[in-house]
Design a binder for this molecule. Structure first.
Ligand SMILES: NC(=O)c1ccc[n+]([C@@H]2O[C@H](COP(=O)([O-])OP(=O)(O)OC[C@H]3O[C@@H](n4cnc5c(N)ncnc54)[C@H](O)[C@@H]3O)[C@@H](O)[C@H]2O)c1
Ligand SMILES: O=CCCC(=O)O
Length: 530
């Protein structure tokens, strides 16, 4: 079937899905067109067949339109075209979703851990069974290369698998009593309904990292995915239903973010807010949650330093920095934001790194060999542009890239800047794009000072072959995660989270469970007392 033969409009349930995201053929090579026709056929047909292309909100196990019938367009960032129109919901729908979650909490929290575990395991199996389609959906609405998108499904699904196992390990304590006729017990209980708000850069994994532990602990969830990428969230929710997770345990609303946020924050029935996104929005949510004193966890923005010492292995450092910087086109909270290079290795590193960056193929995420997709939207593109202009106007030198990509849309050339200084915007704020600013330092103390000179404290990377230095610097860095000779460190088994203004709490690992549990102390008096 040729690309032109693919139906322009497909129907999913009662909703219309527009297939007009298909790219204009003039801009691509024949090989690329063939690839797209296969990819596009899969996206529309396979998703429709599996029921994964959902466009309504999910409340109490039912797929529901916005009460006023409003919809919201979802775009393919690689082409700008509309992929789907999803329900644009607000406070009213959110209140109903909260009621459903509150009702469902009664029964879900009372299931045995083994029963909840079974549901989560089934959900994991279904996510994995649909990993190709889910990956295509992520590429379609978020833009990341297909291979990376399928990798996100693997990564995201692992949180569900891990927490299916962890559900069975919510242990309490027995504390030696202070009086002979008493016994002291500690119980861990689910906090209640959790409001989960997630960003667009990992449309699936940021959801599973929250919903997995929440459900494992016995909590129920009202999820609000990003308006830019709701389709992956809806598909994951559809699979949760197919896995037999009861109605009301997972609810999804999307649309008017402040209205949805207000409904979640002001409801006394919501006992937990778990948020991943920008620091600015996180601060607002934290303030809003104070009114009803909710438990809050926040995964916010970063400003990751990537420190390359003179004694580093050059290849390891180049590959590590490349992975840490250019994953998801630089749109990752743990992406290296500043590359600090010691003066003795600076020139060699700048040269080898620029050569490696030059080889990164930019294009539509469905294109063969593409490793750099578009930025999420025009605002993101303009932000990157402004940051590069600011750096250049203050003396930075463009070693590579430094401008919009000839593909147009929101594509930006993978960029390397040298002679970058700490006061430039690229060093002070999260660039969230494919720009690597190189800063030079002389001593270890200077590197630590430069690295810590920020309000953010999420991820940091160091490249060195000196064991003592590894420990000294790892301990001195004011960050929640440190990669040593490694640029990709995220995994479901390790705690992920920031210090300072990068957030509160941890996701992933056994520690991720604590965010959804309350501790209850029970004092048992003398049962034989007359
Ligand atoms: N620390 C982490 O684990 C982590 C992971 C991924 C992304 N991030 C950060 O996320 C940011 C990029 O994501 P983004 O642009 O989607 O962030 P964002 O803060 O703009 O949006 C995140 C979510 O919050 C919602 N939102 C916005 N205003 C709201 C309000 N008033 N009330 C309720 N919800 C509201 C959005 O609709 C979206 O769903 C970057 O700063 C990145 O570093 C952090
Ligand atoms: O963007 C932040 C999340 C990325 C990750 O989990 O590694």
């Amino acid at each position: 079937m040729t690309l032109s033969g693919v139906a322009r409009v497909a129907f999913v349930g009662s909703r219309r899905i527009f297939a007009s995201h298909l790219p204009s053929m003039q801009s691509y090579t024949p090989a690329f067109s063939r690839q797209m026709s296969v990819g596009m056929k899969s996206v529309t047909d396979r998703l429709r067949d599996s029921g994964l292309l959902r466009t309504q909100g999910l409340i109490g196990g039912k797929w529901i339109d916005a009460y006023d019938g409003k919809t919201l367009e979802v775009h393919n960032p690689a082409t700008g075209e509309v992929i789907a129109n999803v329900s644009c919901m607000g406070g009213k729908e959110t209140k109903d979703a909260i009621s459903s979650a509150f009702d469902a909490f009664n029964s879900w929290s009372k299931l045995t851990a083994a029963e909840r575990s079974k549901g989560l395991r089934k959900w994991y199996d279904l996510l994995m069974a649909h990993k190709e389609e889910l990956g295509q959906l992520i590429t379609l609405e978020q833009g990341k290369p297909l291979k990376e998108a399928v990798g996100e499904v693997d990564y995201g699904a692992k949180f569900i698998e891990f927490y299916a196992e962890e559900a069975k390990r919510v242990y309490g304590d027995i504390i030696p009593a202070t009086l002979p006729d008493r016994r002291i017990f500690v119980l861990k209980q689910p906090v209640g309904v959790a409001g989960a708000i997630t960003p667009w850069n990992f449309p699936l994994a940021m959801i599973t990292r929250k919903v997995g532990p929440a459900l494992a602990c016995g909590c129920t969830v009202v999820l609000k995915p990003s308006e830019f990428t709701p389709l992956s969230a809806l598909a994951a929710a559809e699979l949760a239903l197919q896995a037999g997770i009861p109605p009301g345990v997972v609810n999804v609303v999307m649309g008017n973010a402040p209205d949805i946020g207000d409904a979640l924050l002001t409801s006394p029935q919501v006992r937990k807010i778990t948020f991943t996104g920008s620091t600015a929005v996180g601060k607002k949510l934290m303030a809003g949650a104070a009114g009803t004193v909710k438990k809050v966890s926040l995964e916010l923005g970063g400003n990751a330093p990537c420190i390359v010492f003179d004694d580093a292995d050059l290849n390891v450092a180049v590959n590590g920095a490349l992975a840490a910087k250019f994953r998801n086109s630089g749109q990752t909270c743990v992406c290296a934001n500043r590359v600090l290079v010691q003066e003795g290795i600076y020139e060699k590193f700048a040269d080898a790194f620029s050569k490696a960056v030059k080889n990164l193929k930019v294009g539509d995420g469905f294109g063969e060999g593409v490793v750099q997709g578009p930025l999420i939207n025009k605002a993101a593109l303009e932000k990157v542009e402004t940051f590069v202009e600011d750096a250049v106007s203050k003396g930075a030198k463009v070693l590579l890239g430094g401008r919009r990509h000839s593909l147009g849309m929101t594509f930006y050339e993978p960029t390397v800047l040298s002679n970058v200084k700490s006061e430039m915007l690229v060093s002070r704020e999260e660039v969230f794009g494919p720009v690597a600013p190189l800063l030079c330092f002389k001593t270890e103390e200077e590197a630590i000072h430069m690295a810590n000179d920020t309000n953010a404290g999420l991820a940091a990377y160091i490249f060195t072959n000196n064991l003592q230095r590894t420990w000294r610097v790892s301990e001195a860095l004011e960050y929640g995660l440190v990669g040593v000779n490694e640029g990709l460190i995220s995994t479901e088994v390790a705690p992920f989270g920031g210090v300072k203004q990068s957030g509160l709490g941890r996701e992933g690992s056994k520690y991720g469970m604590d965010e959804f549990l309350e501790i209850k102390y029970v004092c048992l008096g003398d049962m034989n007392r007359k």
